[in-house]
Design a protein around this ligand. Structure first.
Ligand code: FEO
Length: 392
């Protein structure tokens, strides 16, 4: 794609990646993604903000063919999908200075072997004049690495935010056209990489509050001409109360656990509790992560395999522990053949979750009437807990 104009002297560059379906060999990309770089032409100096993922290098380098001089390359985040071709860009513009946070400098040297004398590091709140345009660098750590910063273009009131507020969507729309679609993708992205740092992100949002922001230009996905939409969504995700929802990831081998899961789902729904159900044998792990953002309760459904939880259930527990959702309650249900330590093993895998554990329901073989009664009791206990906490 060719360079696209956002405003006078401000341009989108980069690449729309329609084909990728997995990021970092971990995160599903059902809608592809984009790697956005931005060119800002001041009356005296020109700056390029971020670059693209190395496999897409040709596209950005071709877009730069018509740009005779770049004075500053701003690296807002050292991860290679944005920094990966900084060495190529520096080679094309040997006089350019690489602007980064002090922490990013070390990371860029480690990851890309950028020469140390290329750098000009900027402190939190420092400004850089391009003539009639001024870049202000605001350190916003842990969105989602420790070195991350955003760039506020003062005269145009545009916030360039890199991963912060980003979404993985491949589209020809430069600006957000369908807020519902972007909400879903941005929430998925928040869940997958930012949820563990929600308290720090809350502080970053507070830090941005004094700035009048007319547009947010992230380095994945579309530009927000109505930034309130995504700022409000982030406020909800970091501050919002948990919802009257049970996230129920499960796996079943011979249908006994599935019978228990189905029974529990019906019992919860009858009591007015919303359920998000994920069959771990086929689920999109990003959807599971997204559901964890605001659910009050997790119930893991697993058979016992070799004396412990099924590996898929262990994976879901490991993921939940790493993502540190704000979940309040947890339980385990499932069937076993002769014995095991499924609950103890799963409980040991989630030290990061500050949850109250509700009585697990395990049964031997096919669930009996007693097992179904225990599931009804679990549903009642969950509904009561949600009611007591005012989750809606
Ligand atoms: Fe889009 Fe953390 O890189």
């Amino acid at each position: 794609m060719k360079t696209r104009k956002i405003k006078e002297h401000i341009y989108w560059m980069g690449s729309v990646d329609w084909d990728s379906r997995l990021f970092d060999s971990l995160i599903p990309l059902p809608d592809g993604t984009s790697y956005n770089a931005y060119l800002i032409e001041g009356s005296e100096k020109t700056a390029l903000l971020d670059t693209v993922d190395p496999p897409m290098d040709q596209e950005l380098m071709e877009q730069l063919e018509g740009i005779p001089k770049i004075d500053y390359i701003v690296s807002q985040h050292a991860e290679q999908d944005h920094s990966g071709i900084i060495p190529q860009v520096l080679k094309k513009y040997p006089g350019a200075k690489l602007i980064s946070s002090p922490k990013a400098k070390g990371m860029l040297i480690d990851l890309l072997q950028v020469p140390e004398d290329s750098f000009k590091t900027v402190e939190d709140g420092e400004t850089l004049s391009l003539g009639d345009k001024t870049l202000k660098f605001i350190h916003t750590p842990w969105v989602h690495w420790p070195e991350t910063m955003v760039t506020y273009l003062e005269e145009d009131r545009i916030l360039f935010s890199c991963d912060f507020f980003g979404s993985h969507i491949a589209t020809t729309d430069l600006f957000v056209a369908d807020e519902g679609r972007v909400y879903e993708a941005a929430k998925r992205y928040f869940a997958e990489i930012m949820m563990p740092f929600r308290s720090i992100i809350r502080k970053n949002l507070e830090k941005l509050a004094p700035y009048p922001i007319e547009m947010i230009a992230p380095s994945h996905g579309q530009v927000y001409p109505n930034p309130k939409f995504i700022l409000d969504a982030y406020h909800d995700w970091v501050n919002g109360p948990s919802k009257n929802t049970v996230v129920l990831p499960y796996v079943s081998m011979h249908e006994s656990t599935k019978l228990m899961v189905d029974h529990l789902v019906s019992a919860l729904v009858e009591k007015g509790v919303r359920v998000e159900l994920f069959n771990l044998a086929v689920t999109d792990i990003g959807k599971l992560a997204m559901a964890l953002v605001d659910a009050a309760t997790i119930v893991v459904g697993t058979p016992t395999v070799l004396a412990g939880p099924h590996p898929y259930a262990a994976y879901a527990a490991f993921l939940a522990n790493a993502l540190r959702p704000n979940t309040k309650f947890l339980s385990v249900i499932g069937s076993y053949g002769w014995g095991g330590k499924t609950v103890e093993t799963l409980a040991g895998m989630i030290p990061n979750l500050k949850v109250e554990v509700l009585s697990p329901v395990l049964c031997k073989g096919v669930p009996s009437e007693d097992a179904f009664k225990a599931l009804d009791d679990l549903a009642a206990a969950i509904a009561q807990k949600h009611k007591e906490h005012g989750f809606t």
